[in-house]
Ligand binder design. Structure first.
Ligand code: DOR
Length: 406
């Protein structure tokens, strides 16, 4: 399998230049000027080419809630959003607490051959909040555990889970929510559990990834921990928490205040934030009406981040690529996220100037739940390539620009 892309402006976290890029056997083989190969080639003149995105936080709801999403629709939605790798949460039915369920997800994703997946295991068995014995029975290639959707209420349970994770080299992803306090004050609930988990991670030495960080105070705590040398702690923020405020669209954690948004963006600017994670959380219309929290966000993540971070002048495109590709890939131990020979041939072609009006009804995800409908953002994903093979392309683009030179 070979593919040559000619004439694009290549941007990653280290370079920005006009080059051709040639991919072979799943990897980037060569980046250079005026490359010629007898293979399929893409005329990308005037377009920007980035490393494909890696989503450190997504819900594909398979098994058990496939009326909301499944691995096929989730995979297609991810590719449309420019993602080639997704780290899936375990709040499925059954919960991903054993290798049988995890293997079901892996095998189905492999057979579908859309995006690559890592399926997280739950921290506590079936989210019971206390049992950890199942962690000893997981294969070593389960590299992250999380009870995302819920906080782990008991500090002792989280402590023991971190010890186990540390001993196996796993990452604990924390949905920082002190569940008993949520009904009183969700801000207090996030802040308290963030502090607790930072202390536990510092004490145990386990790798901790704080996901969907949403408050100014939590961001300050993470900044302070990192400045104090806690290099075992990483975090992500979502596209919705960096772009919305004073908005009661139901999501966990909730949409916060303007000063929180500013604090998250400051965290992005100063490097406290490692990654953007979509927290793609598809729900049916009925489930949303009944109060299910979540946003179907994987198809709109790039447009929102490009518009609210890059176009707004907070960061440049190279920094956005680090947040959406290189850093999440590094956290997950993937050979992705950079445009350099030897890295996986996972790239996206984008038209950065194309204005898009978001409309949930256009999503390929089963979840049409978005607070962004009607909003205009800049940047269209025209083509998503994984392992040197075209996995998604817009109809207009495919007709005009893909040639066979064999
Ligand atoms: O809004 C959310 N939805 N936040 C979560 O943590 C869980 C997710 C879901 O599974 O729907």
């Amino acid at each position: 399998m070979e593919l040559l892309i000619k004439g694009a402006h290549l941007i990653d976290g280290h370079h920005a230049f006009n080059r051709d890029i040639y991919m072979k056997d799943g990897k980037i083989e060569e980046i250079g000027e005026d490359l010629e190969y007898d293979c399929h080639w893409v005329d990308a003149d005037g377009l920007v080419l980035l490393p494909a995105f890696v989503d450190i936080h997504a819900h594909f709801r398979d098994p058990g809630f496939t009326h909301k999403e499944d691995l096929m629709t989730g995979g297609m939605a991810a590719l449309k959003g420019g993602f080639t790798f997704v780290n899936l949460m375990g709040n499925t039915n059954p919960v991903c607490s054993n290798m049988e369920t995890i293997r079901y997800v892996r095998d189905k994703a492999r057979d579908l051959d859309l995006v690559q997946v890592h399926q997280c295991a739950s921290i506590t068995d079936s989210f019971d909040g206390k049992t950890l014995a199942h962690l000893d029975d997981l294969d070593n290639d389960v590299i992250m555990i999380t009870d995302d959707g819920k906080g782990v209420t008991s500090p002792l349970t989280m402590y023991r889970a971190m010890e186990k994770a540390r001993d196996k080299g796993r990452i604990v992803m924390a949905h920082a929510e002190e569940m008993e306090l949520t009904e009183i004050d969700y801000r207090l609930s996030e802040n308290l559990e963030t502090v607790r988990d930072i202390y536990l991670a510092k004490h145990t030495g386990a790798r901790l990834h704080l996901t969907h960080v949403s408050t100014r105070e939590a961001m300050d705590e993470i900044r302070r921990a990192k400045a104090g040398g806690a290099d075992n702690i990483t975090c992500d923020v979502t596209p919705h928490h960096i772009s919305l405020w004073d908005n009661d669209y139901r999501v966990n954690p909730p949409i916060r205040e303007k000063e929180d948004v500013e604090a998250l963006i400051e965290g992005i600017r100063d490097g406290t934030v490692d990654a953007i994670g979509t927290d793609h959380a598809p729900h049916t219309q009925e489930d949303k009406k009944e109060g299910s929290p979540g946003i179907s966000g994987i198809e709109t993540a790039f447009g929102i981040c490009h518009t609210y971070l890059v176009k707004a002048g907070h960061i440049d495109m190279g920094q956005l690529v680090k947040l959406m590709s290189e850093n999440p890939a590094r956290i997950l131990g993937l050979n992705k996220g950079r445009l350099q020979s030897g890295y996986d041939g996972d790239v996206v072609l984008v038209d950065l100037e194309k204005e898009m009006e978001i409309n949930g009804d256009d999503f390929v995800s089963k979840g049409k739940n978005t607070p962004f409908s009607g909003m205009k953002v800049k940047g269209e994903i025209l083509m998503t390539i994984r392992g040197g093979s075209i996995k998604y392309l817009t109809k207009e683009y495919g007709k005009e620009r893909v040639y066979d030179n064999r």
